[in-house]
Ligand binder design. Structure first.
Ligand code: HEC
Ligand code: HEC
Length: 312
């Protein structure tokens, strides 16, 4: 670490301590105000506001020094759906952050690796528990525009079962891809990014009585091209990603259709990134031979690659 960066970190930590002091009273009031938050998680919420939110500020771009806590929560929930794993991973990361442990390589690249914080394990556990259980949009009171906006999103959310199904599909696909790349290299793994190739989609679709497709505004396979209607929804997800660092799932309950965003991570770039930078020549050749009209390149991490369309 060079000197200016060291000074920067020390200043940030001082700022955190100061802000923590100023905010603690206000935060306690918020918790009392709000009937929505289970008192079991109030302590964690309080601690998060005090110890984490000075860097992991909610919302707005401006002087952001870390991703909003809600974005961290989403990434963690996706990677560690089980509560115990979630809490263990978070305590471990906060006390000893390393690049290897990161599930948000885009954030590490953008902000630099988080510095270790030596708060007690109990405190971080309480924070992790609160983060696991309480959606930030649940934790806010009523009346303000932003809150109504979030509430609106909630009304349009697909059922937990549908989202869980999409997440599982995504995870299965990711795992399959990662294993195939390890085995055969990216060029050999090209055939594995096929949604039909995942047994889980069949069994689960049958179980839930739904069909699942994957569409994109920049499709590789022309069969996966978004319709006009779907283009509008994807546009909205791109906007949300730019504004909030996350995109929301969306349900059209009347039509019985559910749309769940698919975002890129570092692994995807081997086949969807920039040809000279991320995709090696061999892989690029295989892709071009198979998909002469490919549009699905040039992506970076944490961008909307497409979405699942689940139809009842
Ligand atoms: C001094 C600023 C700062 C404070 C305070 C801070 N963080 Fe972070 N945190 C960051 C930055 C910067 C990143 C993004 C880079 C990274 O992923 O390491 C980050 C990322 C994370 C990640 C994602 C790690 C990953 O996989 O990339 C978690 C989890 C996290 N923070 C938890 C917490 C918790 C919990 C607290 C409160 C106890 C906290 N942070 C307080 C700066 C901070
Ligand atoms: C080994 C190469 C490879 C990797 C890695 C890869 N993909 Fe793909 N991806 C493809 C290929 C090939 C297709 C076309 C599949 C088809 O014909 O249906 C595709 C298609 C898609 C589609 C459907 C829309 C379209 O463009 O046809 C989405 C969405 C998608 N990929 C997302 C991802 C995400 C997200 C990741 C990272 C988690 C990822 N891919 C990683 C090769 C890859």
């Amino acid at each position: 670490m060079d000197l200016s960066r060291q000074i920067y970190v020390v200043l940030t930590v001082l700022l955190v301590i100061l802000l923590g002091r100023c905010q603690s009273g206000q935060t306690a009031d918020n918790v009392l105000d709000n009937e929505g938050v289970n008192s079991e998680y109030a302590e964690g919420r309080d601690l998060a506001a005090k110890y984490c939110e000075a860097c992991h500020a909610k919302g707005g771009g401006r002087m952001r020094v870390a991703p909003p806590l809600q974005a961290v929560r989403n990434h963690y929930l996706e990677t560690f759906p089980d509560e115990e794993d979630f809490i263990y991973a978070m305590v471990d990361f906060v006390r000893h952050p390393t690049r290897e442990k990161s599930v948000m390589p885009g954030a590490v690249e953008k902000f630099g690796l988080m510095s270790a914080l030596s708060y007690s394990e109990d405190k971080i556990e309480a924070i992790a528990k609160y983060m696991y259980h309480v959606d930030e949009s649940d934790g806010e009171g009523k009346g303000k525009g932003k809150r109504q906006h979030k509430q609106k999103h909630k009304d349009q959310q697909p059922s937990e079962e549908i989202v869980a199904f999409a997440m599982q599909t995504k995870k299965a696909l990711g795992q399959q891809l990662m294993q195939a790349i390890e085995r055969e290299g990216a060029a050999g793994a090209v055939d594995f990014c096929h949604i039909e190739a995942i047994p889980i989609t069949d069994s689960m679709s049958e179980h839930l009585g739904v069909s699942v497709r994957r569409v994109s505004d920049k499709p590789r396979n022309p069969d996966n091209a978004a319709t006009n209607e779907e283009h509008k929804i994807l546009k909205r997800m791109h906007r949300q990603m730019e504004r909030h660092g996350e995109a929301f799932a969306y349900s059209d309950k009347e039509l019985g259709r559910h749309y769940i965003p698919i975002t890129t991570n570092a692994m995807c770039l081997q086949c969807h990134g920039k040809p000279d930078e991320h995709i090696n020549t061999q892989t690029f050749d295989v892709i071009n031979a198979r998909y002469p009209n490919d549009l699905a390149i040039g992506y970076d991490v944490d961008q909307i690659r497409g979405m699942f369309v689940v139809e009842e």
